[in-house]
Design a protein around this ligand. Structure first.
Ligand code: SF4
Ligand code: SF4
Length: 299
């Protein structure tokens, strides 16, 4: 099972652009217990996780996000010099999913988005002139998957509902938009600093560490959140996750929606001025040196 639609999927190695469609498309597919290919898809995995996938699974296992990441995931780079993603870690020295059992998926109720979508690939594309993303899909037809030969016909919309994807997509929207924004802004934003990449990783995937950060004095020194909102964010992990996406939009793209404390704003302004002055002083010194060289003339 491969879930990387943006890269080369749905047909790796095939130069033909796959046919894409919307929710009204009728597909022929049924995965059922007892089918000859049972578990074939989970025996060779490449599953990227959304922040909400991690939240559901770590909640299921009653462990911290840090423990979950360590035991069940591997990080990867979504694009060169770009932001990090997280994939399910297969079994030791193998390719099968750690959650696969002979009876099927042992975390079925909390299975990740990519597993729910299969055999559809979600291509979350945004047109330049649109403010929000619009979903389109493609069908992944892998030889080992016999679900395509089953007689059931179903619309993409009904399939998404059957797989509980409305909730999963809604709660991953903020994260997907961040990625789209980063990809579409390209070099104009420049190579992200190591610190902003680490911040992205913590906020999106290591939610318990982000919670500690938001609860820290350092955070309250900079951000002026109403006490009720802060309490709500710290008590509800879904709220915290959504707040995290907002926080990243502010830190990475300057979309200021979280009030900064006045002192912090002044400090930031002072640091900015200091930097400008330093750049100007350096430029003046460079100009003076160039003029000296001009007057000295050639030896
Ligand atoms: S999480 Fe479940 S459905 Fe997804 S690959 Fe693992 S065993 Fe298969
Ligand atoms: S029908 Fe496809 S999705 Fe279902 S078990 Fe077989 S390979 Fe996996």
């Amino acid at each position: 099972m491969n879930d990387d639609p943006i890269k080369n999927l749905p047909f790796p190695g095939n130069p033909v652009v796959p046919q894409t469609f919307d929710e009204s498309k009728i597909i022929q597919f049924h995965c059922r217990k007892g089918i000859t290919c049972w578990n074939a898809c989970c025996s060779n995995i490449d599953i990227s996780l959304t922040p909400y996938d991690i939240l559901r699974l770590k909640r299921r296992f009653e462990i911290s996000s840090g423990e979950f990441l360590k035991k069940y995931t591997v990080p990867y780079e979504m694009e060169q010099d770009g932001i990090a993603g997280v994939k399910l870690r297969p079994v030791e020295s193998g390719t099968a999913c750690q959650f696969m059992t002979p009876e099927g998926c042992s975390v079925y109720e909390d299975r990740p988005t990519a597993c729910r979508y299969y055999p559809l690939a979600l291509l979350s594309l945004r047109r330049q002139d649109e403010a929000t993303d619009r979903a389109s899909y493609a069908l992944v037809e892998e030889a080992h998957c016999l679900g395509h030969k089953e007689p059931r016909k179903i619309s993409v919309d009904a399939y998404r509902k059957e797989q509980g994807l409305d909730e999963y997509d809604e709660l991953a929207r903020g994260w997907r938009q961040l990625i789209l924004k980063k990809k579409s802004s390209g070099p104009s934003i420049g190579k992200p600093s190591k610190r902003s990449l680490e911040l992205f990783f913590m906020v999106c995937y290591d939610i318990d560490r982000f919670s500690q950060f938001v609860a820290s004095e350092g955070f309250s020194d900079i951000y002026d959140l109403p006490p009720e909102e802060l309490k709500n964010i710290l008590c509800e992990d879904v709220e915290l996750m959504q707040f995290g996406f907002r926080f990243l939009r502010q830190v990475l793209f300057g979309e200021e929606t979280i009030t900064l404390r006045q002192e912090a704003t002044q400090e930031r302004r002072a640091r900015h001025l200091e930097r400008l002055q330093r750049i100007e002083t350096e430029a003046a010194a460079r100009r003076a040196m160039e003029q000296d060289e001009m007057y000295d003339g050639p030896d």
